[in-house]
Design a protein around this ligand. Sequence first.
Ligand code: 0A1
Ligand code: ZN
Length: 857
Amino acid sequence: MTQTDATDAQYLADYRPYPFILSETRLTFDLSPDATQVQAAISLTPRNGAADLVLDGGRGLDLVSLLIDGTAPDASHVIRDAETLTIRAAALPDRPFTLTSVVRIDPSANTAFEGLYLSNGMFCTQCEAEGFRHITFYPDRPDVMTVFHVTIRSGLPVLLSNGNPLRQKPGLAEWHDPWPKPAYLFALVAGDLAAVSDRFTTASGRDVALNVWVRPGDQDRAGFAMESLIKSMRWDEQVYGREYDLDVFNIVAVDDFNMGAMENKGLNIFNSKLVLASPETATDGDYERIEAVIAHEYFHNWTGNRITCRDWFQLCLKEGLTVFRDQQFTSDMRSAAVKRISDVQTLRARQFREDQGPLAHPPRPDHYQEINNFYTATVYEKGAEVIGMLKHLVGDDGYSRALDLYFDRHDGDAATIEDWLQVFQDATGRDLTQFKYWYTDAGTPRLTMAEDWQDGVLTLRFTQVTPPTPGQPDKPARVIPIAVGLIGPNGDEVAATQILEMTEAHQEFRFKNLGARPVASVLRGFSAPVVLSRDIDDDTRAFLLAHDSDPFARWEAGRDLALSALTQLARGQAAGDGYIGAIGRLIADDSADPAFRALCLTLPGDEEIATRLAAEGHIPDPDAIHAARSDLARRMAEAHQDTLSDIYDRMAVEGPYSPDAEPAEKRSLRIAALGLLNRIDGGDRASVLFGVAGNMTERMAALTCLIRLGRGESALAMIEEQFADNRLVMDKWFTVQVMAAPPADAVAIARDLAGRRDFDWKNPNRFRALLGGLAANHAGFHAADGSGYDFTADWLIRMDAANPQIAARMSTAFETWPRYDPNRRAKALAALEQIAAQPGLSKNTREMVSRMIAAGA
Ligand code: 0A1
Ligand code: ZN
């Protein structure tokens, strides 16, 4: 997969069980910001005779003492290097023994937010994937599981760890987690915290105390997170038959966090942006994400914690399944159609982009250098799509039998993708040999369809090809479930959805005894993560947009129409009238639900247009794309001014704000209409709305509109004045100014903002707000003078020294660089090379940058 130094790569094929079995881990923490002492007593039994004991743990651990059954081993038997501590077999008993170490660590110096660190004076941990080794010497791998007993000594008022509380008194807390777990699920939190509390009684009668811990004063923004938790607990019992298994469930919100949230057993730790919400500070999108991520982390208790991964190559075993489950949850809580369409949009924007560029990798990779670089859209989102396909192939009953067997057979295990597939084979009798390629091969299959109509028979001919990806030049045909329905000339469905199973490189399917030629609705519900091309004209697309009974396929027809118009416009051709007409009919149709109409009204973004152009063999021109999109939006607004204006007025929601699906969907249509009208009303509606809106959803929408027109100044000043102390709102404030800026101004604005005192760049949310805002301004980031690339590269270098995970993650702003023109390519490559040349660059960023550079070689 990479051209980089292969010597420090890890390989799936090298897996060996750990030579010791652990039965208990007892940890004692004496917390202090710059000198925390950690005592770890680990009970071990040699698995098969004598072996060296190799523990993970690097230079940041200051070893104070080391004892084996109370006696120090001879120094000649103890070997330390940069990443491990080894005790030679000769110094170890050949029966069960206890290893007790004491180390000192400095949480206040931990700016990488991996291991034990401080966030606003609060101690917290992040141990996935390999953070525990920064806390103490330990076999830090997911297949080493044991019961943990934790003692925390600190003057801070709230002291939390995993499991159930034992002794709790001022200055001391003891926790016991009865469920054996790997070290990556360990967590500790200590701070001055306040809780929103509730209770939940499980189906079998266990009474569980629930707490959402926040900074004192933030309790009024934590209620929605608690409601979401209770809904998740109930849903997992009803739909998957899974109950919670401890007496307490704690959630803690922290301001400094590298990712979204973490499923530590009984003590989930969250980025505060995924917990805190009030109508004045959070948008409908924020509420929906909070509900989904609370569910995701809670669902991990079974898919991730009770059944974990044997090694990190199997990451999608827990992540793909848990994303699939949280998507099902959201579809049940909100509109299933809207959820599916937005999941496909995300998949295409993130995973297709990854899968078609230098960073492509299989959902289950077979080697990596830095595991933190593999928390990707491919592992998460494609991992979930693969499960959706499996469900299509075995049916709902088969899926449910397989899941019951999975929980039954593997509870308490550290499992593999092979185990997972075996469960489906055993529960359904289906051979999944060919299906497994979805896990082991990278790349997005291209599916081409041609049609033939003769004597009442419709023939659909499919061809599949998966383009080469780094390290995988040729790929065998995959099994692809293609959901197809047929629509008669009058718009009625003449054949209901059925799944065609494609298993060959070329394959045809016949539909017989048809009276008149139907229109095929293909890949309904996006039944497989492929790129479909078919020979279809705009009239047929418009027909599908008007009549398809499958909401995804219907939306997709409109999307295709829009993309075909936009790509032509971007290439200097006249286009768009057909799309504008078809959209006019759809938005006037009050029987279609508002959120669906909103999705249809929102044009594909610049990035998506660039991707389509590249797929069609053209070099995307960011400025031409931006101009094409603005042009089509303005023409849509002109053509449908009255209808849009009517929608804008009618979709106003009366009464107090509620984040529920129904009002949120009305707001989404209202905002979509506003976005178009803003192109022709000079910003008048946005300006009024900004002043009167009582919720952040409409205020942000109005602010975005004003910024687009260069009229954002006073609205930005008002937000700043009102919310200077609210980090989460100020993060949005940073993002929107750069993201919505006219592309020619974006880099200069980003530069100004980076010079502000409140650009607290070591905070991952603030850094992402600014750099991510620029990356999302397609023509701004890809400015022809290379200023977007240089600005980003400079900041990545700076961030890398403090927090390698964040720098490596944000480096993906460059991942599409090979598809642009020679001038931009040269400038992007120079920026990547500048990063690569940085002395002391982290392994994380080095791996990412060298994979991206290799693509241009
Ligand atoms: N397992 C978490 C994601 C996560 C992964 C790594 C982290 O730190 C490097 C933090 C969180 C989830 O899927 O939610
Ligand atoms: Zn997860």
